[in-house]
Ligand binder design. Structure first.
Ligand code: ADP
Ligand code: MG
Length: 691
């Protein structure tokens, strides 16, 4: 079979493999596969990031103003090819130049290193050229312009003279390549099955799926593109909201123990704390106590920056529940953190009334048995542990409140494991400062309390952005801190030597231990260690047996070592701002000021600009919003991992969210089996919300 016959356009269907499109060879097939594009359907689902507006087409005559050409401006020129010349530059590079224009006058268009251009351009034919006008040696030229023969209609143009889609470049596939192939695939757009009911589209003024696919790629107007984008955002939000509402309904429909709101008890407790609660802490406490005073189980997310004092809020809630005679479980992500909470809470809750107890995976069988007996008899009222609390066979007959630290959302299965005769009220806590608008979208099954304000007298972590040549300064700062018997962290984005050429934790651990940190106690921590190994390293660091901890981002989660004062973050450009902020929150938690040194590797200018914000603000919320603006919501929310693809505009559009919410509520209530939206069923069934 000849390749031409194989590539008959008539045969194009959504399931057509990409290799059957003209000009898609095995190399591109492999690259596309890596970004999960295998069929025409996948390709059409690959959306542009933005559009270049090249609609303003002019002739050479029309762009000259009083005989002068607008040097430095981007223009789209309609011009005839007068002549084409192909040669090599002095340095041996291919150089194609063409005289373009009309009988009235011409200018030169030049392409470097693109010898194939000479074959493309047909003398005597009209083309459209988009590019910047430059002047060199007194001559004006268009340098490496995009070019395309003039088609019968504007809509026939792909690369010029229209709103030109700009695609995210992945796996070295250029935007232009995507554009060309998506154009070829576009006729298959009509085959998409409509997945939003007409009524819903009408109410929300959304185009049908075929039109939306066409318009998101090749819109005639910006409004058309926006409406198409909104349609897809709406669909994603709708699916997310269906899941969210289902979760919420199934949780809230269970019975919980009602804990009467008793302000006296809480006032007494918070007055016993060593400091006054901040207003935000008070508000959050109040919101939680109100939730507890209900037979429907609470489902609340408490969001507050590192060090904002979430533990005190959790403790006040725990106190209320325990005083009412019920049990509270606190689940920490690691044993180190569980021990930390145990120490803090043991000081706040005075024995003998409330004696906190621990249940950890690393305890002996005897210790675990004892703990479980105390839980079963309800003698133990405040139980602190790790996920062992869920995995171990515990009798939770009197558990009224579960507090989950450093997690956005507690899984359905995990919730079930904590259920006794009633469901516990559930409080999740996170230090990821997700802006409210986003939290409502992604974690909308939960109610939200936010602590924005930090306790008074917090000394900010001094943050310094170093250039690559200043690496030594960072290590000197570490040695100085060690000289004062303080401790330090060094953070890397990857564990081991990677193809990317980034500095890696394991390699640098060996390097540094032999060089700049020779003679100091160093330790290595990363995600490939087992939970026990990790805990062992962290315990050594906490006990100051390790002076410098070399680590990946696993230390992000809630570690509190007040004696650690310096953090050096290598390859800082690789981290999001919110993440950097979480990391730096690990130092300066004691009496001595914390210092954080950011060491970018191969940073670009905008990386440096981004990192510079770290030196200017200590607010996690400000940084999260900046992250959102610069890197999109995927990273902050983990929506990308869960397969939701909502644009930033969609995620932060309250009206759209509201509309999706209303529609989802309606479906969950009246059509829980999704009979009216069968096309959405597989999508809903296969989807997972961000954790
Ligand atoms: P996080 O929100 O990161 O869990 P913590 O609850 O660990 O924060 O609190 C951080 C530190 O701030 C702790 O040492 C705690 O004792 C202290 N703290 C909490 N609330 C206040 C307050 N209102 N005033 C002063 N210090 C406080
Ligand atoms: Mg905490």
């Amino acid at each position: 079979m000849s390749p031409v016959a194989k590539k008959q356009p008539g045969a194009l269907i959504l399931d057509t493999p990409v290799e059957e499109l003209a000009g898609v060879g095995p190399v591109y097939v492999r690259r596309l596969k890596r970004v999960e594009i295998e069929t025409v359907r996948d390709l059409l689902r690959y959306f542009p990031r933005r559009y270049d507006d090249l609609r303003d087409v002019k002739t050479l005559d029309e762009i000259s103003r009083f005989g002068e050409l607008p040097i430095g401006e981007r223009v789209t020129l309609k011009a005839k090819i007068i002549s084409v010349n192909s040669r090599r530059s002095r340095y041996g590079k291919a150089l194609v130049s063409a005289q373009i224009g009309s009988e009235k006058g011409t200018i030169e268009a030049i392409w470097f290193n693109q010898p194939f251009v000479a074959k493309d351009l047909k003398t005597g034919q009209e083309y459209l050229f988009s590019g910047k006008l430059r002047e060199a040696y007194g001559r004006v030229s268009l340098q490496s312009p995009t070019y395309e023969p003039v088609k019968a209609t504007v809509d026939g143009q792909t690369h010029t003279a229209r709103l030109v889609p700009v695609y995210p470049e992945r796996e070295t596939i250029s935007s232009k390549w995507f554009r060309q192939k998506i154009r070829l695939a576009l006729p298959a757009a009509n085959q998409f099955t409509e997945d939003l009911p007409e009524a819903l589209r009408k109410t929300n003024n959304l185009p049908g799926i075929a039109d939306a696919i066409k318009h998101i790629h090749f819109p005639e107007t910006p409004e058309q593109a926006e409406r198409a984008r909104t349609r897809f955002d709406f669909t994603e939000l709708f699916v997310m909201q269906i899941l969210t509402q289902r979760l919420r309904a199934s949780w809230r429909n269970q019975g919980a123990v009602k804990i009467p709101y008793n302000p006296k008890i809480t006032t007494k407790f918070i007055n016993s704390l060593p400091w006054k609660l901040t207003d935000d802490q008070r508000r959050a406490t109040h919101e939680i106590l109100k939730d507890l005073d209900s037979k429907a189980p609470m489902l609340r997310l408490l969001e507050g920056d590192v060090g904002s004092g979430k533990t005190a809020v959790a403790a006040a809630a725990a106190n209320q529940v325990i005083t009412a005679g019920h049990q509270v479980a606190i689940i920490a992500p690691t044993e180190v953190l569980a021990r930390q909470h145990f120490a803090t809470l043991s000081a706040w809750f005075e024995p003998p009334e409330i004696k906190p107890l621990m249940l950890l995976g690393s305890q002996t069988a005897k210790e675990k048995k004892e703990a479980k007996e105390l839980i079963a008899s309800c003698e133990g009222k405040l139980i602190i542990g790790t996920h062992a609390l869920i995995q171990e066979d515990v009798d939770w007959s009197n558990l009224a409140l579960a507090i989950v630290d450093e997690q956005h959302r507690f899984g359905v299965e995990q919730r079930k494991a904590l259920r006794g005769q009633t469901a516990p009220h559930l409080l999740s806590m996170t230090a990821t400062p997700i802006p409210r608008s986003l939290a409502l979208t992604a974690y909308g099954d939960q109610d939200l309390s936010i602590i924005k304000e930090m306790p008074e007298g917090r000394v900010p972590v001094k943050t310094v952005l170093l250039s690559r040549g200043d690496r030594d300064a960072a290590f000197s700062a570490i040695r100085e801190a060690l000289g004062r018997s303080e401790q330090a962290f060094i953070i890397y984005p990857v564990i081991a030597d990677s193809r990317s050429g980034l500095k890696a934790a394991e390699d640098e651990y060996h390097n540094l231990s032999k060089t700049v940190l020779a003679g100091y106690e160093t330790g290595l921590l990363h995600g490939r260690l087992s939970a026990e190994e990790k805990d062992a390293v962290m315990t050594k660091f906490t006990n100051q047996e390790i002076e410098v901890l070399i680590s990946t981002t696993v230390v992000e989660v809630g570690v509190d070592v007040p004696n650690a004062t310096v953090m050096v973050i290598e390859e800082a450009q690789r981290f999001g701002l919110a993440q950097l902020h979480q990391l730096r929150g690990r130092v300066g938690r004691g009496e001595n000021m914390g210092r954080c040194y950011l060491l970018p590797g191969q940073a670009k200018d905008d990386d440096n600009e981004r990192l510079e914000t770290m030196t200017k603000t200590q607010s996690g919320f400000t940084l999260a919003e900046k992250d959102l603006e610069l890197r999109g919501p995927g990273e902050l929310l983990g929506t990308k991992q869960s397969g939701f693809d909502v644009s930033l505009a969609g995620l932060t559009n309250p009206q759209l969210l509201k509309a999706a919410q209303t529609a989802a509520r309606d479906i969950v209530e009246h059509d829980p089996d999704l009979k009216t939206v069968p096309e959405l069923k597989p999508r809903v069934e296969g989807a997972v919300l961000p954790a």
